[in-house]
Design a protein. Structure first.
Length: 319
């Protein structure tokens, strides 16, 4: 049994990723924390409650997290996910209780109580995770691994030419988490752009066995209308599903170890940059220190996915 803590900003693609994990008996969701991102944190928290309630998992600890980034102004994406975060579909009232602790402390307590057992799955901005590191640095050595949906290492961003949205929304938090020194697997746009889900599969999932099927079906039309701007056709990419898929079957992915750092300033804010040999300047023996030098870490970057295995996984779990 793999213990997973999900840090999320639901979010249409978050809903699909959470549904995948709920349907796999090898996964134990030990907690969920919410963060701003696709919409504001009050809405992501409500959405997370609705998803857990629908799945019969209201007993799972749910901790509300960061409402704002560490340093940059708040920025959300209702134009992608709808004003309510779930494609503006009609939503019921949520009734489950939140954890009395804020997300960073709830994360810390769970990790300290389960040393070397918990996999962190952040699929929104990394603010909660960064704050947990700042509050209790010991967690870096006590987490099993961190699987992040974020970044765009060898491809353009999806919110600026340089940056993917989760890293752009809080680049300082991304820098802290990437540079912390623990095992990080990055499911960025490099691989997410390769996980196309055809219309036929989307329809089967929307009418499938998952208790979250009504939310997946109801929120998808808004997302598809957004994607029409990019002439993608009927198939869609749901980035957070790639991070969930890695947890469930890492063998379907091509992975490369790369030195990485995250830019926090200027027009390239949020860029996740691969660094040859750990330095980008000519002399690797140079003693000159640049600001980024202290934040470069080796990250396992997902570069490709077997599309047949990915669709087979979705079919097994959600149809």
């Amino acid at each position: 049994m793999k213990k997973v803590w999900i840090d999320t900003d639901p979010g249409i693609d978050d809903t699909y990723a959470i549904a995948m994990l709920l349907e796999d008996p090898r996964i134990e969701i030990v907690g969920v924390s919410t963060v701003f991102g696709n919409v504001t944190v009050d809405k992501t928290t409500r959405n997370a409650k609705l998803l857990l309630e629908a799945a019969g998992k209201a007993q799972v600890p749910l901790a509300c997290g960061a409402a704002n980034p560490l340093y940059v102004p708040l920025d959300t994406s209702p134009f992608v996910h709808g004003a309510n975060g779930l494609g503006d579909m009609p939503l019921p009232e949520a009734s489950m209780q939140e954890c009395p602790l804020r997300a960073p402390q709830a994360l810390i307590d769970a990790i300290l109580n389960n040393p070397h057992e918990i996999t962190l799955l952040p699929i929104g901005p990394l603010t909660n995770i960064a704050m947990a590191i700042i509050l209790e640095p010991r967690i870096v050595d006590l987490v099993k691994e961190v699987v992040i949906m974020g970044g765009a290492v060898h491809c353009p961003g999806n919110i600026t030419p340089a940056a993917e949205a989760n890293f752009f929304h809080d680049p300082h938090a991304a820098q802290i988490v990437i540079g912390a020194g623990w095992k990080v697997v990055l499911a960025g746009l490099d691989v997410c752009n390769r996980g196309l889900i055809p219309q036929q599969m989307l329809e089967k999932i929307g009418n499938g066995k998952s208790p979250l099927a009504p939310y997946m079906k109801g929120s998808l039309p808004f997302f598809k209308n957004f994607l029409k701007l990019f002439e993608m056709g009927d198939a869609v990419t749901l980035p957070d599903t790639m991070a969930a898929a890695y947890l469930l079957d890492p063998t379907m992915f091509t992975v490369k170890s790369e030195y990485l750092f995250v830019e926090t300033e200027g027009s390239c804010q949020g860029q996740s940059l691969a660094v040859p040999r750990g330095k980008w300047y000519e002399d690797p023996g140079s003693k000159v220190r640049y600001p980024a030098d202290d934040h470069i870490q080796i990250v396992e970057v997902l570069l490709d996915v077997d599309p047949c295995k990915f669709l087979e996984l979705l079919d097994r779990l959600l149809v």
